[in-house]
Design a protein around this ligand. Sequence first.
Ligand code: MG
Ligand code: ZN
Length: 284
Amino acid sequence: MPTLVAFDFDHTIVDCNSDTYIYNVLPDRMLPQRMRAMYMDGQWTAFMNQVFIHVSEQSVTKEHMRSVMKEMPMTTGMKVVCHAQRCRMEICTSPPLNRSQELLLHLRSRPDLYECIIVSDSNTFFIDWALEAHGLPDAFRRVITNQASWESVPSTSDAPGGDDSGRQRLCIRPYHTHTCPRCSLNLCKREAIEELLMEPPAAEGDVERATDRQRRGYDRVLYIGDGGNDFCPATMLSAGDAVFARSGYPLHKKLLSQKSEVSAEVVAWDSGFDILEWLRTRDS
Ligand SMILES: [Mg+2]
Ligand SMILES: [Zn+2]
């Protein structure tokens, strides 16, 4: 049976926070202070919609947003790309890599062993653009994240010459509603993964006596992340599972201080190569 490999996105697949990387489309590449002060705890989706209204008011086009977001850097060892115009030193000075040495390509090459998903508090557009930029649209079976769409900006009567007519702005909706007291209102990654594990099986089988995860057909779950909101899904993992926590980031600190809440093996990682090495040792 395959292993379910659940990835966080920000600071895990990409080495940045996509929700703040979008500030690069703004004048001075910064969100004004008055807007930063608008964030209320747990209300991330509402805050990002305010950011997107502000982006739209700066007349930033859809194409510009997309081209900027496609430049988000990947985390080392996930999938190395080297675009001639923005070749980074760390890549150019490294010995050439065999493509199977990159974590995401290795996982994609073994669909018999691994089924990958993304569980992220970003949104469908940012993630799709990044996967497209890095040639990975087919690497993930599912992307669980906030739903993004384009909305027309209503024309304002006092806009000189109707300059804003035809403009669109990004709008995001919460992934789901949930009852978890730990997580922000729009997404509990634990509940989202549990829902996935509860889905009907792909193949026929004895569904009566099987556990949830056996019904779905996974014999193990690996969770890879960095942030505080990756702690909740780590608590649902069993003894045979593993949670990979980026060294020095909030998830790692939380796991160290609340060890008793997690049954799975905890593995610290700095790059995708560390995770690949762990997989090779266990699965060879
Ligand atoms: Mg993250
Ligand atoms: Zn939760």
